[in-house]
Design a protein around this ligand. Sequence first.
Ligand code: URA
Ligand code: CA
Length: 431
Amino acid sequence: MRMYDIIKSKRDGHVLTTEEIDFFIKGYTGGEIPDYQASALLMAIFINKMNKEETVALTQAMMHSGHVMLLDSIPGIKVDKHSTGGVGDTTTLLLGPMVAACGVPVAKMSGRGLGHTGGTIDKLESIKGFHVELTTEEFIEQVKSQGIAVIGQSKNIAPADKKLYALRDVTATVDNISLIAGSIMSKKLAAGSNAIVLDVKMGSGAFMKTLEDAKELSKAMVDIGNSMNRKTIAVITNMDQPLGLAIGNALEVQEAMDTLKGHGPKDLEDLCITLGGLMVYLGKKALSPQEGEQRIIENLKNGNAYAKFVDFVTAQGGSIEALESLPTASYIEPVNAISEGYVMHIASEEIGTAAMHLGAGRKTIDSVIDMASGIVLNKKVGNFVKKGECLAYLHTNDKSALVEAKISVLNAFSLVNQAVVPDPLIQAIIE
Ligand code: URA
Ligand code: CA
C-alpha cells in the first residue's frame, strides 16, 4: 500500500477503505508518513468529505493509536461527558458529583486548558491540596469506593489525534465535520467509558455557528459512538452568552458549590439537570431521561450531590477548609455600563479573552494561572441595564490588566433599545 495512492483516491472522490485509513494513521503516528503527504490527504478529505464508515474507521484508528483505558473492573455503566468549547463552562465540575450521587460511576479523565480559562483540572487545583496524580490503580479504586475520581489526561491518549490536530491547525483543515467528530470521539472512546453525553455548543463564539451545522456534527459523533457500541446522546446548546456567571478557576469552583447547594445561576443548573438526567438514564439508573432529571433534582435537594463533591475533593487531597478558603483576588473592580439598554448578546470569546488577560487562562503552554482571577457577570441576556450600572466584576491580582479587560467586557456586551427574549438554552437533543 502506498500513501500516494490513498491521497489520489481521495482526491478523485473515492471512498477510502478501513485498511487504507489504518495504514495512514499508523504510518503518520509512527513518523513514516511525512507531514506533506498527511496534509495533502487532509485537504482531499476536507474537500471531498468522508462518509459514515470512513469517519468511524478514522476514529477507531486514532483511538487505538495510543493507550485505551480499561474500566471493566469498575461495576456499573460508566458514563462520560464532553463539551465542545464553552467559555467558563462549569458543567463538568457539577455533573461528576451530581451523577455519582445518583449511583452512576464517574471515571473522568480531564485536561488542562490552553486559552481562556483553565481546564477542569486547573479549576480543581485551585482547591488547596487537590491533586490528580493518581496511578491507574488508585484511580479505579477511588471510583469503586467513592463513585467518582478525576485523573489527568495521559499523554498517550490518541496520540494520532494530537499530531493530526496540530497539522490541521496550520493547513486550514480544522473545520470538517468528520475530522472534528473523529478527533473528539477518539479521545472520549480511548478514555474508556461505556456511554457518552455530548454538549455541543452553537452560536457566534462556537465551532458550529448554526443549528444546522451543530446538528450535523452531533449526528456524526452520535453515529460514531453508537456504531462502536457506546451509546451516545448529544445536546445542542446555545452559546449567545457564557453559561452561568463565573469565568475563572476558583470562581467557577465557588459557582459549582453554590449550584450544588441549590443557589447557583438558573441556566447552569438547568443545563446540568438536562445533561445529568441523560447521564443517569444512560447509566441505567433511570428508565427515561425525564426520570433521570428527577433523580438529579432529588439529589440536589437532599444535599447528596454536594456531599459527594466534598467526599470527592477530600479523597483527592482537598478538604472542607480548603473549599471554604478558596483563593481570592486583591482587586475586584466593577465594569459599569456606559449607556442603557437591554442585553441582547454577550460575546463569550471576548469575555474569555478578558478573563485570560486577568490571569485566569494560559497565554502560552507554560504560563502560570492565577487561580483567583476571572470575571463574574452581573447582567445576562434579557436583563435591562441602566447607564452606570454594573455589567460584570473583574477579579485579578494584576492591576495592570484591568484597563484592557474593562474595554473587552464593554465590547462583549451588546445592548439594544427593545426588550429581548433570550433564545432557549437547549436547542435540540440528538440520539
Ligand atoms: N476539538 C477537538 O478536540 N478536535 C477538533 O477537531 C475540534 C475541537
Ligand atoms: Ca461558569
